[in-house]
Design a protein around this ligand. Structure first.
Ligand code: ZN
Length: 146
């Protein structure tokens, strides 16, 4: 796992009984989602019951560390002192999930005006107080992070 930075002042997620396995995996540098043990459907966001078959049986599965930008906004005004504008908030469809897992996170490390729908990204990690948060960076055409 590569932790890019520790950013004081940024709000941290508060894991609960349902989401704790996701955040624990993030701390280990893994993206994960629940998979229903009865119908096999990936579940995102995590929940106690499969929305397709109402099963209570699920396991956590590792996902690809890469994905595709499916939508985004460029925030051009600073609303919180720990998040200096401009920055990009994107929906990232995680590769190999068939569109079932779409994370909302920052797409950083690039000029916000470069970001486009359809661009490939890879995850990187940001340590915050009490949690590690997945962020994404654009991939170059050669597959390396910018
Ligand atoms: Zn199910």
């Amino acid at each position: 796992m590569s932790t890019s930075e520790t950013t004081a002042g940024r709000p941290s997620p508060v894991p609960d009984r349902i989401s704790r396995p996701f955040w624990d995996a993030c701390a280990e540098g893994r993206l994960t989602a629940q998979r229903c043990l009865d119908c096999g459907r990936l579940q995102w966001p995590p929940g106690p019951v499969c929305p397709a078959c109402q099963s209570w049986a699920a396991e956590w599965e590792d996902l690809s560390p890469t994905g595709t930008v499916v939508s985004f906004v460029v925030v051009r005004r600073t609303f919180h002192p720990a998040f200096e504008a401009p920055y990009v908030i994107g929906h990232v469809e995680v590769d190999g999930t068939g569109g079932r897992v779409v994370l909302i996170s920052n797409i950083d490390g690039a000029d916000p005006d470069e970001v486009r729908v359809g661009m490939p990204v890879s995850v990187h990690w940001q340590a915050r107080t009490g949690a590690t948060v997945p962020l994404f960076r654009l991939l170059t055409p050669q597959g390396g992070a910018r």
